[in-house]
Ligand binder design. Sequence first.
Ligand SMILES: [Zn+2]
Length: 208
Amino acid sequence: MLENKKITENDIVMSPRVYKPWEITDDIINKIPKINYYGLTKEQSEGLNIIVKKTLEEIRNDNIDREVALVYDLNGFKNQNGEWLLKATGETNTDKIILNKNSDIAHLLNYETKSVVIISHNHPKNRIISLLDLSTLCSEPNIYIIVAVTNAGNISYIVKDNFDRNKYLEISKEIISSYNNVPVDNDVFLVDLLNNCERFGIKFFREV
Ligand SMILES: [Zn+2]
């Protein structure tokens, strides 16, 4: 069951299923929930459920401390080799830096005009959607949905729903000014942004 209720800092690390950070077992992969994603058809959701599962399979065969992002376009973009499922891996996060490491993904984000881009990636530290994920979604017009699956198989995601970039910038400023110039932890800002994201046209769901 995925919910989009308000969250607190205690919700940032997702409740571990059988969480051992050093291994991704078949059991974890087989228990990843099947989701009807907001804004996707049943068929598109079924496709994404397969890709999310494949995300953990990919990282299990690589280095489970890293992040892998599997990226595709609902409109069917293919690279010169005819591949529709594009992959980027990196040490830190699924921000623009990692995505741009793959030139096909960079092209898809920067030059295709009518793409509806889906990103599935893993979070090794069992955390929900990150600040970088949210800012990536908000700054990339072609990206429609970002799913984070933890190495323990828990899912959270953000999806556009009448996204308004100006409103995003305005609400971000409003949140920052509410801190009265006192520096806050990134997690505090993340929680505040996620609890307000529907005001700028992003929906956030997490597994509870
Ligand atoms: Zn992420």
